[in-house]
Ligand binder design. Structure first.
Ligand code: G3P
Length: 216
């Protein structure tokens, strides 16, 4: 599973990209609001760092305006992935944009039927929100499993982005369930790398090395 950062904070992108593990980035209007910055500037700066797919969401609700906004976003960089809501108009815009070679990420997906529709509309990516599915007492990981099974059985090449990831076991389980990509906040990356036995081992090796130096 490839790892994406779900943020509009450029400093976070810089920090995690320096680990050498980042394949892309996703943003949404709530994250742009939290950044307090101009949308286009944030997207351009993130792309400069990631040099890979960065999802930028349209705000329109009707297909013609979604397409127009998507084309404007694509002028920022070829790395921009147009993020569209999983609605009838979103599907129409998805079909039009992908037919012209523009990559699209269908967001706010909560069911396997929605995911199947996005794939049939030519979506490059679909983003099931597994944490929000869990929030309503459904099974977000089972949703990822179902979508992956349907895509495999029918040779659909839309990639699954496990989104709304809330904790490390979501990362493990989404990966096992066949999500192609997991997108998560920077604090999740910090949780994924941290292990008390790694810290204890480093401390022991360091203190033993200080003692060993006396014999060198
Ligand atoms: O990628 C979607 C994500 O931003 C939503 O996460 O935690 O608000 O459900 P959350």
């Amino acid at each position: 599973m490839h790892l994406y950062l779900d943020t509009a904070i450029v400093e976070e992108v810089r920090e995690i990209a320096a680990w050498g593990v980042l394949s892309g980035c996703t943003t949404n209007p709530s994250l742009i609001l939290a950044s307090g910055r101009k949308f286009e500037d944030v997207i351009a700066e993130i792309i400069e760092i990631v040099k890979g797919p960065v999802s930028a969401e349209v705000t329109a609700m009707d297909a013609p305006t979604m397409i127009a906004q998507g084309l404007e976003l694509r002028k920022i960089s070829p790395h921009v992935v147009v993020k569209l809501p999983t609605t009838p108009d979103g599907l129409t815009a998805c079909k039009a944009l992908t037919a012209d070679g523009h990559p699209v990420n269908m967001t706010l997906c909560f069911s396997a039927t929605q995911a199947l529709l996005t794939a049939r509309a030519g979506a490059t990516y679909v983003s099931p929100f597994l944490g929000r599915v869990d929030d309503i007492s459904w099974d977000g990981i089972q949703l990822i499993r179902d979508i992956r099974l349907i895509f495999d059985v029918h040779n659909l090449d839309t990639q699954i982005i496990a989104a709304s990831i809330r904790h490390p076991m979501h990362v493990v389980d989404a990966s096992k369930a066949g999500a192609h990509i997991g997108t998560m906040p920077a604090k999740l990356f910090a949780m994924l790398i941290k292990h008390p036995l790694t810290d204890a081992g480093i401390e022991k090796f360091n203190s033993d090395w200080q003692k060993a130096l006396k014999n060198q």
